[in-house]
Design a protein around this ligand. Structure first.
Ligand code: FES
Ligand SMILES: [Fe+2]
Length: 289
């Protein structure tokens, strides 16, 4: 089986996770969510007895899930039990479910602390949820592609991107945008499929979260904002702008030939850095990349 990475994913939106037991697919890895009100836990979904998918028809029974096939009780996360499924790290933070698959690698890169800090002051607001015939890498490199912000999105006054220091191993870039009262663009990739961007102006800091999950023939892309209470009135306008930007990108992604050999120049150095970050990122077995 191909490898999937050991870092964080934006795995679903709140409204995609139903109460009780439900399947969750993450790059070919068979998982299930167990939800009780606002608490969601994520586990492997294969019944250790004969491989039934516990997410389809499993029912909660105390700290176990009862398998729909032969009715055996499968312990949730308790490795000392004969029949048990592994638990993965997960946070449902208002609108978004973040998941990191259990592995020997410490591929957190400071994401958990970052996202929990936002969650104290902000609500996560989903804006885009789309299936695309495009690789996760093609989509995620978007944030490192300074040229396309002016050419495709017509954003004026975007300075050249520069690599920013990172304390926890994530890959980060900064740029200036706008005219006199320059704002700051600060983007960090915490895994090959999860990017957090801050657009800082004197008035406010917009926080945009972009995530992809690989699936057969492409990926699912999700974009949302982390919004503080004082900016809630701006959500409809931000949604509108986000959809315009997304459709501009999508027109390119839907028709690009990803197998065409790239002919990069010096201006593309940050894209190359992002590719190298992805190549070196720890992987685990069990799905598509
Ligand atoms: S496959 Fe689950 S109990 Fe048999
Ligand atoms: Fe874009």
């Amino acid at each position: 089986m191909a490898a999937i990475h050991a870092g964080w994913y934006l795995a679903a939106y709140d409204n995609e996770v139903s109460e009780g037991v439900a399947p969750l697919e993450l790059g070919g890895r068979r998982l299930m969510t167990v939800r009780e009100a606002d608490r969601v836990r994520v586990f492997d979904a294969d019944c250790p007895h004969r491989g039934a998918h516990l997410g389809y028809g499993g029912t909660i029974d105390g700290d176990c899930v009862e398998c729909p096939f032969h009715g055996r009780r499968i312990a949730l996360g308790d490795k000392n039990k004969r029949y048990a499924v592994a638990e993965h790290r997960a946070h449902l933070l208002s609108g978004m479910l973040f998941v990191r698959l259990r592995s020997d690698h410490d591929a957190d890169l400071g994401f958990e602390a970052t996202i929990l800090r936002y969650a104290k002051e902000r609500t996560f607001v989903p804006m885009v949820n789309a299936h695309l015939p495009t690789s996760t890498r093609m989509i995620m490199e978007n944030g490192f592609d300074s040229e396309h912000f002016t050419a495709l999105h017509r954003m004026p006054g975007f300075s050249r991107f520069t690599a920013a220091a990172s304390e926890t191993g994530e890959i980060a870039v900064t740029a200036k945008f706008g005219s006199k009262t320059a704002g700051e663009f600060y983007l960090r990739a915490f895994s090959p499929t999860l990017v957090v961007t801050e657009l800082r102006s004197p008035e406010r800091t917009q926080v945009i979260i972009t995530g992809t999950v690989p699936e057969d023939g492409g990926c699912v892309m999700r974009i949302g904002f982390a919004v503080p209470p004082e900016d809630e009135a701006l959500i409809p306008e931000w949604k509108r702008m986000t959809h315009i930007g997304f459709e501009q990108d999508r027109l390119v992604w839907d028709h690009i030939d990803e197998s065409a050999p790239p002919d990069l120049s010096k201006a593309d150095s940050l894209i190359q850095e992002f590719w190298e970050f992805c190549e070196k990122f720890p992987t685990i077995d069990g799905g598509r990349r």
